[in-house]
Design a protein around this ligand. Structure first.
Ligand code: KE4
Length: 430
């Protein structure tokens, strides 16, 4: 049997890369088949090693809101590279980035850059524990905050594809400090604080979930969470690694009009280069070394290429009307998909906000992880492959959100809907 180009590349990758991928969710474990190896990307498209084009709705899991190889971002990276790749010393470009984030997100009075979202959330958890002197943390089932030990308990994203919501290798003594509650459930929140309130250092939440596909929780959930944290002296951490500058310029905290104590960022702020950040109340952030006793560091934190790429990115994101245009593209696609699924009698539910959208093979829109688990992931896998065969690249997992870029054209959306019409037709009645 002749192997495809991707199968040959995947076998070669497996020789020295664990599972052939440098991040599990890329391995297609959730949908089966062989991952597509990408050779380049431009605008709304990625190209495999045979030159085949795919309309990309993953966008590197969120960062590529301007589309791939945006000329101003590429120019900024090239200019920065010509000036040197890394200095291990402060640069003005880090100050520029910090000022931009603090200006756009009023809850951020002081911040620290990192090189990934995982580092940002791990550091924020340590900071909350150091600031409060407490050990317990609260997270929510199906939410994913990166792969630090405290947070790999009933987590989402790629852990759900491999059926391991709690990672091996995390000592029980460690995991016991992590309380995991059902997402978007006010009574569970109230009960947890009633029982543990004075012991809880922080609550970390995806303010809009994107790692069990997409769930927009109720305003009541967020209002209650904010009040309980305030009443009990717990730090409220909004993990906006995915939603930050994605669901709107101000992120989910602006959408819900909630002021978290700390916010974590990643993905978009580096325009696709390795970056993360955490920030918030000055009083809390001043506990971070060298100001305070909570240690946190990183050789490449605030990398000048990522900072200057991020600046070029924000120059575009802050243009009047950007998010209105992006949201209109998302709405056009999602409403078109829903109409086609309805036409073919396929149980399908969608949600979207800004440049982020969710797709479920379910009669009604899931409101928590339990309901997400009831959605038909087998049908999702068939839909994924049917669309991939037609040149449409969706997230290779039923537990991931999808992303629109400002570069996706009406033609891209029409082609996507044409493909979906055929695939829903194949799925109807199955
Ligand atoms: P990174 O360490 O992957 O930069 O960020 C971790 C992280 C933290 N918080 C949220 C809300 C996140 O969504 C993520 C990472 N998201 C996944 C996709 N669901 C990254 C893709 C991957 O793991 O390869």
């Amino acid at each position: 049997m002749t192997l495809t180009a991707d199968q040959v590349l995947f076998e070669k990758a497996k020789r020295h890369i664990a599972g052939g991928v440098n991040s599990p969710v890329r391995a297609f474990a959730g949908v089966g088949g062989t991952p597509v190896f990408i050779s380049r990307a431009a605008g709304s498209k990625m190209y495999d090693t045979t030159g085949r084009a795919y309309i990309d709705y993953v966008g590197s899991w969120g960062p590529m809101i301007l589309g791939h190889t945006h000329p101003k971002v590429i120019a900024a990276v090239k200019a920065a590279a010509d000036d040197g790749l890394s200095f291990g010393a402060p640069t003005p470009s880090e100050t520029t980035m910090a000022d931009i984030i603090a200006d756009i997100v009023p809850s951020v009075e002081l911040l620290r850059m990192t090189s990934s979202g995982t580092e940002a959330t791990m550091s924020a958890i340590r900071l909350a524990r150091g600031y409060t002197g407490r050990d317990k943390i609260v997270k929510f089932e199906g939410c994913y905050h990166g792969h630090s030990d405290s947070l790999l308990v009933k987590a989402g994203s790629g852990m759900l594809d491999i059926g391991e919501p709690t990672s091996q290798g995390v000592p029980a003594d460690f995991a016991k400090h992590t309380l995991t509650l059902p997402y978007n459930d006010v009574s569970a929140l109230q009960a947890a604080f009633e029982k543990f309130g004075s012991e809880i250092a922080c609550v970390i939440v995806e303010p809009i979930a994107g790692n069990m596909n997409m769930i927009i929780p109720s305003q009541h959930f967020h209002d209650t969470l904010r009040q309980l944290c305030t009443d009990n002296g717990a730090v409220l951490i909004f993990d906006e690694v995915m939603t930050g500058f994605r669901v709107g310029l101000g992120g989910a905290q602006a959408y819900f009009n909630i002021t978290p104590d700390l916010t974590t960022f990643g993905k978009i702020i580096g325009a696709g280069l390795p970056v993360g950040a955490f920030g918030g109340k000055r009083e809390i952030m001043e506990c971070i070394a060298p100001l305070g006793g909570v240690y946190q560091a990183g050789t490449l934190s605030g990398n000048p290429l990522a900072m200057r790429a991020g600046k070029a990115m924000f120059d575009e994101l802050t243009v009047e009307g950007f998010y209105e245009a992006l949201s209109a593209k998302t709405a056009k696609l999602v409403q078109g998909l829903q109409a086609l699924a309805d036409k073919h009698g396929v149980d399908f539910a969608t949600c979207h906000l800004g440049g982020m959208f969710g797709l479920f093979f379910a009669k009604t829109l899931p409101q928590n992880f339990g309901e997400v688990s009831q959605a038909d992931s087998q049908k999702f896998a068939k839909f994924f492959h049917g669309m991939l065969d037609r040149g449409i690249y969706l997230a290779p997992s039923a537990f991931e959100a999808a992303f629109m870029s400002i570069m996706h054209s009406d033609e891209d959306i029409q082609k996507t809907l044409l493909a979906a019409d055929e695939v829903f037709g194949e799925l109807s009645g199955t």
